[in-house]
Design a protein around this ligand. Structure first.
Ligand SMILES: *Cc1c(COP(=O)(O)O)cnc(C)c1O
Length: 395
């Protein structure tokens, strides 16, 4: 079998292309003709399956080392399908620090449908063991890297614990991608992606993917995909396929840039702390121990007390002030006001997401431009510190 980078470029091939086109066609057809009424054609109706989507689904299954992949209209649609395989009364232990949309889907939707969620700090294996043994449990759900503090969750250790209690393991691998880690190899049973982020990689499509390790789970995911119907359309399937072709190149550059920026921030007099597990060789060694080849392109930092993070953010010119991550362009945001504003302040502070925390999603630009942009933005914040009028604290 060909290696990972070749799989990114070529996929697994659906082999229905008679024209010689080097790219798989986008089939804009909602229905497919039967040869005769006795026929059982591979494709009949495009929600149930179509060749453009199948190309992407086979490719993500190949990249994540699963038996079958599924493409959805968004990451949240993929998560919805994965959680829909459970029944009322089923208990799911879930990482306390998960994507806000997932948190809301769990607490404001699935909770009403009778699923029982127990939150736990997935950094604390004893706490996870305790949560798993408290009552019968069907699944453990968590994210590979937490957002926005970039804590590394140990997929192998967590999977072992979960399996000992008969729970399946569902991992949201959005922040890591199969280029840096393949959770199914480490014991996970379902891998989920917001393909909107690194996999598509150009901030031009909303998409989700799910991959199952085993047939029985795959069949339940397929039912949820086909009957709940949140499928990814052909054009968007192709946009994700095209994005995937450059995944490794983009992530390599994003990581190089992110590490340089993390080191710059660490030495900056206005910065209190930096959260980036791949900050140096030692960090890399710790990542490798947990089965990760790198930390990706997202990092966060706290400005020192008294420094206004919004002056830094509002002054950036190359970084765009926007949520999302994993794309070619660099983005910056203030979690307490943007990605994490829905979490009550008390709870947010308990998770370690302070009012001073800034998140950067680093792109593939020249790192000197990114560093220069940060430098001039910090200079604006520094000037405001020494301007007496601005020193007054308005509460
Ligand atoms: C963005 C994101 C999602 C949701 O994906 P959408 O494509 O926006 O629906 C889920 N999990 C993580 C970790 C994300 O970053």
């Amino acid at each position: 079998m060909v290696q990972f980078n070749t799989q990114l470029v070529h996929g697994a091939g659906v082999n229905d292309n008679a024209t010689g086109a080097v790219n798989p066609p986008i089939y804009n057809s909602s229905t497919y003709a039967f040869g005769s009424v006795d026929d059982a054609p591979r494709w009949d109706y495009a929600r149930s399956g179509n060749p453009t989507r199948e190309f992407l689904e086979r490719q993500i299954a190949q990249l994540e080392h699963g038996v079958q992949g599924f493409a959805f209209a968004s990451g949240l649609a993929a998560i919805h399908a994965a959680l829909s395989i459970f029944a009322p009364g089923d208990r799911i232990v879930v990482g306390a620090n998960i994507y806000g949309g997932t948190y809301s889907q769990i607490n404001e939707h699935f909770d009403r449908w009778g699923l029982d969620f127990s939150p736990v700090d997935t950094q604390d294996l004893d706490a996870v063991e305790e949560a798993l043994s408290a009552a019968p449990v069907k699944a453990l759900y968590f994210e590979t890297l937490t957002n926005p503090l970039l804590q590394v969750n140990d997929v192998a250790a967590l999977s072992q614990l979960a399996h000992r209690h008969g729970a399946i393991v569902i991992v949201d691998n959005t922040f890591v991608t199969p280029y840096l880690q393949q959770p199914l190899d480490l014991g996970a049973d379902i891998v989920l992606h917001s393909a909107t982020k690194y996999l598509a990689g150009h901030s031009d499509v909303i998409a989700g993917l799910a991959v199952a390790k085993e047939e029985a789970v795959a069949n339940r995911l397929y039912f949820a995909q086909n009957r709940l119907g949140g499928v990814l359309p052909p054009a968007e399937s192709d946009a994700v396929r095209r994005g995937l072709q450059t995944l490794a190149l983009r992530v390599d550059r994003q990581q190089d840039n992110a590490r340089a920026i993390a080191q710059y921030l660490l030495a900056h007099p206005l910065v209190g702390s930096v959260h980036y597990p791949g900050i140096d060789e030692e960090g890399d060694a710790d990542l490798r121990k947990k089965g990760l080849k790198g930390a990706g392109g997202v990092l966060s930092f706290e400005v020192k007390e008294g420094v206004d993070p919004s002056i830094v953010l509002n002054s950036l010119k190359v970084f765009r002030l926007a949520v999302s991550l994993g794309a070619v362009e660099s983005l910056a945001e203030l979690p307490c006001r943007m990605t994490h504003f829905e979490i009550p302040r008390e709870e947010r502070l308990k998770l370690g997401i302070s009012d001073e925390l800034v998140r950067l999603a680093v792109g593939i630009e020249d790192v000197s431009d990114l560093l220069g942009d940060l430098e001039q933005a910090f200079e604006k914040a520094r000037q405001s510190l020494s301007t007496p009028a601005r020193r007054t604290i308005h509460s």
